[in-house]
Design a protein around this ligand. Structure first.
Ligand code: GLP
Length: 247
């Protein structure tokens, strides 16, 4: 795992965009895993800029979202499908329909999970997966306690995650869904490259566990220590609880 501490969210966005540009230059029809949350937003802005400048193209890219809330209707502003359409897909030259997500409106959620995993398997899983991190150490929506090799599944959001995400629902925790469909940790680990972005002091404990902790189901992010090509991009605030000396 490579840890890079950069001073600003913009510098982090540029470093992450470099990794994506490098991938799309060598493989224009790459499979890209996208993340929601506020952390990747500067990255999406940077990708939009580079696409407008002709430095990269998403015309042949297939995308897979990490997760989706259960119970939010089509078009709901906080539905992750809406989020990804708004912040990335509609702003670059990616084909409509090329960015896939789990069907969290299905009657049979278990079947929807299996179907999503099959779609990803057929595409050969992700070449590069963008990740954020929850303050409780979740990646995608894999909450603490779940197996480290899980496939796409229904998960129950922790109180802390719902509290963290209430800011997107006018501060009303009761408006935050209780369940989600998420790529499992096993699914995420099948991506050839992982790029995780974390900014702000609220992520400092999760980053300390990710970088210096034991691999444990209590901190799902720690599974990334077992990945052969994982890049962790953080700002000084998110790095503030790291204890080991760094160059
Ligand atoms: N399911 C998403 C995660 O994929 C994301 O990493 C996390 C962090 O969000 P933020 O970047 O806004 O702190 O939010 C949600 O829980």
């Amino acid at each position: 795992m490579e840890l890079v501490i950069l001073n600003t969210p913009e510098a982090i966005a540029e470093r992450a965009a470099d990794a994506i540009e490098e991938l799309l230059t060598t493989k224009p029809d790459a499979v890209l895993g996208t993340a929601t949350g506020s952390s990747p937003l500067p990255l999406y802005d940077e990708l939009v800029r580079r696409c407008a400048a002709g430095r990269l193209s998403f015309a042949e890219v297939t995308g897979f979202m990490l997760d989706e809330y259960v119970g939010l209707p089509e078009g709901h502003p906080e539905r992750y499908a809406t989020f990804m359409e708004r912040h990335l897909r509609s702003r670059v030259d990616m084909r409509p329909g090329a960015l896939h997500g789990p069907d969290a409106l299905a009657d049979d959620l278990q079947a929807a999970c299996a179907d999503y995993e099959r779609q990803m398997a057929r595409a050969g899983y992700c070449d590069l997966q963008i990740l954020g991190i929850g303050s409780d150490g979740h990646i995608a929506f894999n909450e603490p306690g779940g197996p480290l090799d899980s496939p796409t599944h229904v998960d129950v959001l922790t109180e802390q995650t719902r509290r963290d995400n209430a800011r997107f629902f006018d501060g009303d925790i009761d408006a935050v869904p209780t369940h989600c469909i998420t790529q499992g940790l096993g699914t995420i680990m099948k991506a050839r490259k992982l790029v995780l972005i974390a900014t702000g002091a609220g992520k400092a404990e999760a980053i300390r566990r990710l970088v210096e902790g034991e691999v444990s189901v209590d901190w799902p992010c720690t599974v990334m220590q077992n990945h052969p090509d994982a890049l962790v991009l953080v700002d000084p605030a998110a790095a503030s609880l790291l204890t080991a000396a760094r160059p």
